[in-house]
Design a protein around this ligand. Structure first.
Ligand SMILES: NC(=O)c1ccc[n+]([C@@H]2O[C@H](COP(=O)([O-])OP(=O)(O)OC[C@H]3O[C@@H](n4cnc5c(N)ncnc54)[C@H](OP(=O)(O)O)[C@@H]3O)[C@@H](O)[C@H]2O)c1
Length: 298
């Protein structure tokens, strides 16, 4: 079986990738729990040397709390920059040394959210908050190095049926509606929600086909958070009267100066990945899958 080094395999996205692809690849988990800290160059170099027969390194480890990241804005010594930029640099250097395919998982937060038409892979990023900026700087570390055996896969709002350690936005809303609690969400923001299983299958394809370049692995429909709630109520047959609208515009106005900026419209095109034959569900289709995986209502 092809050996894959993975970072961040204990996280929301990584753990599902491992779950779904373990019958095709042997994953070697580089995590703090398994004794590998990607910020410790010596420790990381030893771990790579032991696994130099791996063909691919799938790099998901990151500082992902966007609000906490904003508190660190501009501070290169803090954990967000260190992990997302310097951690990525450490990984890149060793992937280059052993000529391994480097798949770096990035985000649509590299964009500013002002484009009217969907963002495509050749659009120039312009991050507006610190998490997105550090993820983009991670992309730049790879692109500026000139290393050719890279793949940057940008994902957006990943959701899955189950994962106790971290609750995604879809499960947060689902739980509230199931508990008959009210939900108020922005109707003037647009996001692209992505079923994690589609991300996992696409990455399996990239590993097997040694695909390089930048790709958007994202859902096939985009919605306001308010519409997303209504879709959940519809698919799971829950009370839509619990859902009400609020405004991102108004929310931003109510925030003190210097607060974290928000992207207003993040529609990301998955056409390039679809042209390879990869499939991405719409939100309604993804929710149906989750409903089945949860045996909901059966
Ligand atoms: N979740 C989203 O909404 C979203 C959206 C777009 C893009 N992404 C990207 O997708 C990737 C995965 O996100 P996620 O939400 O699955 O992440 P997550 O659940 O927050 O998990 C983060 C992972 O990073 C690992 N990690 C942290 N510090 C480390 C270190 N020093 N050395 C080694 N590993 C370390 C953690 O391992 P431990 O468990 O050992 O701490 C954990 O596995 C990230 O690159 C993120 O930027 C996520």
């Amino acid at each position: 079986m092809q050996k894959i080094i993975g970072t961040g395999l204990s996280g929301l996205v990584g753990s599902r990738i491992k779950e779904l692809l373990s019958d095709r690849f042997e994953f070697v988990d580089f995590s703090l729990d398994s004794g590998v800290n990607i910020l410790d160059k010596e420790n990381l170099a030893t771990a790579f040397e032991k696994n130099k027969d791996a063909v691919t390194i799938l790099h998901l480890a990151a500082f992902t709390d966007t609000n906490a990241a904003w508190e660190q804005k501009g501070d290169k010594s803090d954990i967000c920059y260190q992990l997302n930029v310097e951690g990525t640099r450490n990984i890149l250097n060793l992937a280059q040394k052993y000529n391994q395919q480097l798949i770096y998982i990035s985000t649509d937060f590299v964009f500013d959210g002002t484009k009217i038409t969907p963002y495509i892979e050749t659009d120039t990023p312009n991050p507006i908050e610190w998490y997105g900026e550090t993820k983009y700087l991670g992309e730049k570390v790879i692109l500026d190095s000139g290393y050719q055996n890279y793949n940057i896969s940008r994902i957006t709002y990943p959701y899955r049926a189950k994962f106790e350690p971290k609750v995604d936005i879809i499960r947060k809303v689902l739980t509230k509606l199931q508990n008959n609690e009210p939900v108020k969400m922005f109707s003037d923001q647009i996001c692209t929600y992505t079923f994690v299983d589609d991300i996992a299958q696409s990455l399996g394809y990239f590993i097997e086909n040694k695909s390089t370049g930048i790709y958007h692995l994202v859902g096939s429909s985009s919605h306001s958070p308010y519409e997303m709630c209504l879709e959940i109520a519809k698919v799971f047959n829950l009370n839509k009267d619990l859902i009400s609208q609020s405004s991102l515009e108004e929310f931003i106005k109510s925030q003190p100066e210097g607060s974290r900026p928000w992207q207003k419209k993040l529609i990301t095109s998955n056409q390039k990945a679809k042209d390879l034959g990869l499939n991405f569900k719409t939100l309604a289709e993804g929710l149906e899958k989750i409903k089945n995986q949860l045996n909901y209502g059966k």
